[in-house]
Write a new protein. Structure first.
Length: 305
């Protein structure tokens, strides 16, 4: 399926790390699928000298040179990625200030923001990078986090999406079907439920007819998916209702997937954008590319033509 052309870019945050270059490869293919520009950006970073300490001019010259070198490498990767596809407009830009606020600002006018799971810092070598976490929680557009060092996918996997049956999950479903249609693959819609949660809802009664509960949860998934196959008749859908841990189930189901799509929950705080616990767990543990779509704003992809 051919997507409608758009001036809204796929934005990639570059910091010179291997995962950020892997994000470039993935994002270049994504921009070609959507027939939209690819925008490569790198932030200069915030400088906060302590006391009277003054950084020498050479520090800033070296920093600027490194940022431009990182962007040059990223542009070369983008230009050589999947050269058989339609040529994508590729631009580069240096952003002032720290990476997190700069990329959040970029997300206001982006189709999506793509970053690597780990940056150059020592802390981010242990956990998913702080930039990725901040973006997933506060970005205005969908955020894609690339794990691993290549950004490659098999080209034959499905798009896996977590379905909770609420209105908050609709943007994630829209993104999942759009991405699957563009790739010519299917959607695996996963809905989970736990004995503890259901029991708590019924005053802690553990002696319940779990087959009936399972049937009710299947009805929740069916209702959530109603209408999507009509909108995307070319996308085959596999339904999975699983009794178990949501994050663990989605992580396992997404092994070998083209993409894992999950939503977030808005619960107050900074403009109502708070990363849900399931999304946060998957951000650290999923091994395929993961797209986090904030509740309340559908993915800026639109229906292909």
């Amino acid at each position: 399926m051919r997507a409608a052309e758009s001036d809204t870019p796929v934005v990639v945050g570059i910091d010179g790390s291997v995962p950020s270059y892997a994000a470039v490869s993935w994002a270049a293919r994504e921009a070609k699928l959507h027939h939209c520009p690819l925008r490569l950006v790198s932030a200069l970073g915030a400088v906060s000298p302590h006391g009277d300490l003054r950084l020498p001019p050479r520090y800033f010259a070296d920093r600027d040179r490194a940022v431009h070198d990182h962007l040059a490498v990223a542009a070369a990767i983008a230009h050589t990625t999947d050269t058989s596809a339609t040529v994508t407009e590729i631009t580069t830009d240096v952003l002032e200030g720290a990476e997190r606020p700069a990329l959040i600002e970029e997300s206001k006018s982006a189709r999506m923001v793509v970053v690597g799971s780990r940056g150059l810092g020592h802390v981010s070598a242990v956990l998913a990078g702080s930039v990725a976490v901040a973006l997933a929680a506060h970005a205005h557009s969908p955020v894609v986090v690339i794990h691993g060092q290549t950004g490659q996918t098999s080209g034959v996997g499905n798009v896996v999406v977590g379905v909770d049956g609420t209105e908050n999950g609709v943007p994630a479903l829209e993104a999942a079907f759009t991405e699957a249609a563009l790739r010519g693959t299917g959607v695996v819609a996963v809905h989970t439920w736990s004995q503890f949660a259901v029991s708590s809802a019924y005053c802690g009664e553990l002696d319940m007819e779990w087959d009936e509960v399972d049937a009710a949860e299947r009805a929740v998934l069916a209702e959530a998916l109603a209408g999507w196959s009509e909108r995307y008749p070319e996308v085959p859908v596999t339904r999975a209702v699983v009794r178990g841990n949501a994050a663990g189930t989605l992580r396992d189901r997404a092994v070998g997937a083209e993409l894992l799509v999950v939503g977030t929950r808005g619960r107050g705080g900074f403009e109502g954008m708070v990363l849900g616990s399931i999304s946060a767990t998957l951000l650290h543990s999923a091994q395929c590319p993961i797209m986090i779509v904030r509740s309340g704003r559908p993915a800026d992809a639109g229906r292909g033509q």
